[in-house]
Design a protein around this ligand. Sequence first.
Ligand code: SF4
Length: 338
Amino acid sequence: MNKIVAVIGGGVAGLETSIQLEKLGYKVNLYEKDSELGGHAGKWDRLFPNRRHATEVIDSLTSRIKDKVQINLVATVNQIKRENGSFLVEANGKSQKADAIVLTTGFELFPASKKEEYGYGIFDNVITSAELEKMFADHGKPQSTTGKTPEKIAIIHCVGSRDEKVNRPYCSKVCCVTAVKQAIEIKEAIPTAEVYCFYMDLRMFGPGYEDLYKEAQVKGVNFIRGRLSETSEMEGSRVLIKAEDTLSSKPLKMTVDMVVLMVGMSPLPSTEKILKDLELSPNNDGFVQVKDYHLEPTHTKAEGVFVAGACTGPNNITDSVNAAHSAALEVHKYLTSK
Ligand code: SF4
């Protein structure tokens, strides 16, 4: 079998799709725009719900494609053309043929500076959940810009999700459980810290998630139902937050050492051009539209083009791995029936 499949995106979905296609006997060309494989998960410290190191998962995936898949790093796909029943994929000035395409382009984290009132990029100690992960990876705990260990930390849910004002009306699905995981990790690293989660609703629906929530409560994490309205900087780079406690309907002010914004998943702008080339449309939230949400979730409306992972909307790692298996099988059915 000499058929070639182009997998576009080297995060979890792209890696797992490549593994499965290679096992089915296809030649796989994997394109990744960054210099490393692993996507967002590869930059994370520990994963929910069991706080396994992310590198363990990514290393397992990358080791299984090593020497078996053509890996193109720092490879931005500029154009995809149809030609004689197959495709020509152009990246970095070089064109390669493909008999089928799997889009696994993933997502971008919501650019927190778009919520100007939250002070990200303006105040030193307003950071994102991704930056907190990096602090855990580098130092084992959060660190304020003054070098001091923060003793009072506010975690803000739904930043760039469930927010019509920034055109992100959907729930990003993974950030409640990420917030709870990070809150526990802060308490473990700094037992004296006061940690406050400001949430709209808590959406903890996966296996082990509820246990994580109970653990956070036992460890003394405070949960306040309320939405942040604005922040301002105080002496010593502390941050004053103003919110409304929506259970008591009372305004609330609190000065903290650090604010962590739980940034949601946003459609990746560079996927738009690929969709145009393939005459596909985004869905209402800007992610890749699948052919049939219930029955054909890894097909697109374009013949020979399949999809897996968070480029179709918020997904966790397990969702992405499942979608990757399904996409690989659908590619196989398509190519063997051609
Ligand atoms: S998962 Fe939680 S934090 Fe994330 S958007 Fe949904 S409700 Fe908000």
